[in-house]
Design a protein around this ligand. Structure first.
Ligand SMILES: Cc1cc2nc3c(=O)[nH]c(=O)nc-3n(C[C@H](O)[C@H](O)[C@H](O)COP(=O)(O)O)c2cc1C
Length: 175
């Protein structure tokens, strides 16, 4: 059984999880920038990780656009984000619906972990995007709970990564 972890990471959070997972599984962690879909042919189990950016799992289309080529493989996706895990509705609805067609979820097992966002490290483009999002949300007359949450998250600052969180994923990958 050969396994690989592929990750796309802008600020290092998803990469950190990829290294932890690869260490537990005794396999390689590869940067998605250097991976083409045909390179994955030789693996039985593929773990893909990407950070969340406006609910999109960074680069996950590498898998979702190539489901035909990945037929018969064990596929696992994890995302990292800063939305507190208690807001599972956010993840289960918004994120899942945005990234996967329902039939894909029969073939891909999805996990979400807390990542990091250090405001001083962000690019100007990302900082501006967060400022704009915050302004839009604050301008709403009757904001929903989700919109209130988004305003809060724009100011989140810290590393919430947790190695313990990978346990279930690792166990499933080993099965
Ligand atoms: C512009 C921007 C948009 C983001 N959008 C989301 C989001 O929709 N949901 C979320 O939970 N986290 C969001 N985040 C936080 C990142 O997903 C988080 O920092 C993640 O750990 C980054 O992973 P990476 O450094 O491996 O790319 C966003 C961060 C930025 C800078």
């Amino acid at each position: 059984m050969s396994t690989v972890v592929v990750y796309k990471s802008k600020y290092g959070s998803t990469k950190q999880y990829a290294e932890w997972i690869a260490e537990e599984l005794g396999c390689e962690a590869l940067d998605a920038k250097k991976v083409k879909i045909d390179d994955l042919e030789k693996y039985d189990t593929i773990v893909y990780g990407g950070g969340l950016y406006a609910e999109v799992i960074n680069g996950v289309i590498l898998l979702t656009k190539n489901m035909d080529k990945l037929e018969g493989k064990k596929l696992i996706v994890y995302s990292t984000g800063i939305t507190p895990l208690k807001y599972s509705e956010y993840y289960d609805k918004l994120v899942i619906e945005k990234n996967f067609k329902p039939e894909m979820l029969e073939k891909i097992k999805v996990y979400n972990f807390l990542g990091k966002m250090i405001l001083d490290e962000l690019t100007i483009v990302h900082r501006t995007a967060l400022k704009t999002l915050k302004k839009i949300m604050q301008g709403k007359e009757n904001p929903t709970e989700m919109e209130k949450l988004l305003v809060e998250l724009c100011d989140a600052n810290g590393d919430f990564s947790d190695r313990e969180a990978i346990k279930d994923l690792v166990e499933y990958a080993k099965q």
